[in-house]
Design a binder for this molecule. Structure first.
Ligand code: ATP
Length: 517
């Protein structure tokens, strides 16, 4: 299956099995807005809980916050979003499609990178004692392509730094980038487009005031910095964590949950002494990559990418990129935001946002390290890693054909943890199964089903990623044991009914992830 087919399969699987639906679908949908279905909402809640617990429960110097979406409009002036939160857009005159100029250039670079990697892979297979570093620095095709990448990156960085949109367009022309729809290079000029949604607050028009739907959750943390520090008696270094909706008027092209107009962020701002920010920046880089690795999808699926142009507030910044079906893309940002936000809010509000450090016996505006991850992008990353169409030999087929679609979601994150089935719908088996189900649902999300063959029921649970199925048969009434079937190995074992809860609880506990992260 190509990566493109995989992506298409995931999108249709999400709809068919109640993970994600297009918004307002009966009205033909709304671009880049999605609704989470019965199993999607469970998975999303579990990912959020994993993040929240790893931040707030596992770190005794991090506390939570839930700030409003609406904020005083001056917040967005102070944060720089009114003046600088924009994307460089370009239109193709033939297809009338609009693109982000930076994305067109980055995708072009990715294509050249892919050529290099292909060359390296080919050589790896050909030579026995392959010296990759040597190969990368001497092979003429690799060297030439790397030179191209470096040149484009340097020009692009320079253009962004000078906000030179004419040069950005020139790079697109010089790289001979074509519109994927029309195939032509008939481009408009590049211009900046602010991403914030605005609305009005106040019922009388003269009183009405433009306010914005927050484009990030971070500012709710900054404006509450002193409220939280004082009320929770926090001492620097400490963090404030928050999850919640953010809104951006993104220009998108078929990227599903990766780029939405309404999405959810999980952000943590960590307040430190000025001068100590680099040490904490590195600490949080390490902690966050460990959090990702703990899910077990493979460390090779993640990489760090340093920003080539730092945002106006940052003195260091990188992304954690994940290998999505459409390539390595940002899943989380880690930014050293200096004292920009707090200082700017001091200036605009006229209120002091300083911390008195009793050890140093002085007050200062703290520096901030931010970790910011998109919950929806995480959701997509989990699905993309977990989704598999597995070929089965007849011994393993469970009487249901030689293929199954299985979501190998880490048990702690799975939407449903256990499904309970009576083998047949009579002879007292449903009653016994129901008794087990009613008991288990007090500890985790369970599912009860008695329709269809056991094989079909297993398949349905595989498709939503349920790690365990329990089947009650006639023997169960005599020996008080049931069959426990494991999703990944499809192995079955006989276990006593009174042990089910402890076995399942141990396997689906978030502890399994938190202890590794
Ligand atoms: P990109 O460069 O992909 O637009 P960004 O650098 O603007 O992302 P940040 O402002 O750093 O993103 O936001 C932090 C995180 O929020 C991102 O790493 C991503 O996971 C998530 N995120 C940002 N924009 C979106 C979106 N439109 N849809 C879904 N998630 C998003």
């Amino acid at each position: 299956m190509t990566q493109e087919e995989l992506f298409k399969n995931i999108i249709s699987h999400c709809k068919e099995y109640g993970f994600v639906f297009p918004s307002s679908e009966i009205y033909d949908g709304l671009g880049a807005v999605y609704d989470y279905g019965p199993f999607g909402v469970e998975l999303k809640n579990n990912i959020r809980e994993y993040w929240w617990k790893s931040m707030v429960q596992m770190n005794d110097n991090i506390v939570g916050l839930d700030a409003s979406i609406f904020m005083h409009p001056t917040v967005w002036k102070a944060s720089g979003h009114v003046d600088a939160f924009s994307d460089p857009l370009i239109d193709n005159k033939d297809s009338k499609k609009r693109y982000r100029a930076d994305v067109l250039i980055e995708e072009h670079i990715s294509k050249i990178e892919a050529k290099i990697e292909k060359e390296v892979e080919k050589a790896k297979k050909r030579f026995e004692n392959f010296d990759e570093t040597m190969f990368r620095s001497t092979n003429p095709r690799v060297v030439e392509n790397q030179k191209k990448i470096d040149e484009i990156n340097a020009r692009f960085k320079n253009a962004l730094e000078k906000n030179d949109l004419v040069e950005v367009k020139q790079i697109i022309i010089d790289c001979e980038i074509v519109c994927p729809v029309s195939g032509t290079r008939n481009w408009t000029d590049v211009r900046q487009f602010n991403l914030m949604f605005s609305t009005q607050m106040g019922s009388v028009s003269e009183d009405s005031n433009i306010i914005y739907l927050r484009p990030e959750t971070a500012q709710g943390i900054f404006v509450n910095f002193l409220n939280v520090q004082r009320s929770a008696r926090m001492k620097i270094p400490f963090g404030i964590a928050q999850t919640g909706k953010a809104f951006r008027n993104e220009i998108v092209a078929r990227q599903f949950l990766f780029r939405m107009k309404e999405f959810e962020q999980m952000e943590m701002q960590f307040f430190v002494r000025p001068g100590e920010e680099m040490q904490w920046y590195n600490t949080w880089k390490e902690k966050r990559i460990k959090w990702h690795h703990a899910m077990g999808f493979g460390t090779e699926k993640y990489r760090f990418h340093d920003h080539i142009k730092l945002a106006h507030y940052a003195n260091a910044a990188c992304d954690i990129e994940f290998m999505f079906p459409f390539g390595f893309k940002e899943i989380e940002g880690i930014h050293s935001r200096t004292d920009f936000d707090l200082s700017s809010h001091e200036k605009h509000s006229g209120k002091k946002l300083q911390y008195f450090d009793s050890e140093l016996n002085k007050s200062y505006v703290p520096y901030v390290i931010e970790t910011s991850i998109g919950l929806d992008r995480m959701f997509l990353a989990v699905l993309a890693s977990a989704f598999e169409i597995e070929k089965l030999d007849s011994a393993n087929a469970e009487g249901e054909g030689n293929e199954r679609t299985v979501l190998r979601i880490p048990p702690a994150l799975a939407p449903v943890k256990v499904a309970v089935f009576p083998l047949i719908k009579k002879d007292g088996l449903p009653e016994k199964a129901m008794e087990i189900f009613n008991n288990l649902k007090q500890i985790c999300r369970c599912y009860y089903e008695e329709k269809d063959t056991i094989g079909k029921r297993y398949r349905r649970q595989d498709a939503i990623g349920t790690p365990f199925c329990i089947t009650v048969d006639h023997e169960s009434l005599k020996d008080n044991c049931v069959t426990l079937r494991h999703r990944d190995s499809m192995k079955q074992e006989r276990i006593p009914i009174d042990k089910i809860a402890s076995i399942v609880e141990e396997k689906v506990s978030l502890r399994n992830l938190l202890s590794k992260s």
